[in-house]
Design a protein. Sequence first.
Length: 244
Amino acid sequence: MHAFQPHLEDPKYDGEINLMKMAKEIPWSDDQITLALSPFRIQPSSDQVAKIREHTRLLLKWNKLTSLTSITDPVEIIARHFGESMFLGSFLPVENGRLADVGSGGGFPGLALKILRPDLQVTLIESNNKKAAFLAEVVRALCLSGVEVLPARFEDLRLEDGSLNFVAARAVGGFPELLRWARNALSDRGHIALWVGAEDTTKISNTAGWTWTPAVRIPESQRRFILVGRPIEQESFGKPLGYR
């Protein structure tokens, strides 16, 4: 499977975008963006603020043509999408590794974590071609290196065993299948991070073949959590891995 190279359908795109110039054209101030991210322990640089602003601008523009998010308020997008995604970096060191974002959609959490940790190598897995085209547009507009977009279902991808340091999935179902896939793709000390509700947290924590840290509640939410786990050796040969 090769990285996505779409024919982009944005007639206004005319090459590399000057992010600092674009920042002046969009009415969300640096202070507004920084304040929206503050509950999530994020203190963005001016470059990160510019990238977040441009990603948000593109998200709202493309959202008129394809369903990327149900949230349309820019400040709420920054908090709910960027803040909740970047929050993972406050307790799990995700720099200097390779991360696969399964069901990336609008680029969350994968592109948000890439903005937060520029040295992170990111694979965005998105089966919807229009959403994959959007992701490729954001990667190009933000001049991000070390990012590939794979337009495929994760179940159909066979990555090299042990090639990933992190697997991340936000608002994605089918956890038993995802965990089986991630178990093969993750390195020996690799981690999976799941953005889940309270009920799923309990179910997933009882999954055989995995060890989980206590779920971390996402700031400004009562029922959304990030659950981090890693695979362990099977206790007995042939024991199925998945929900008990």
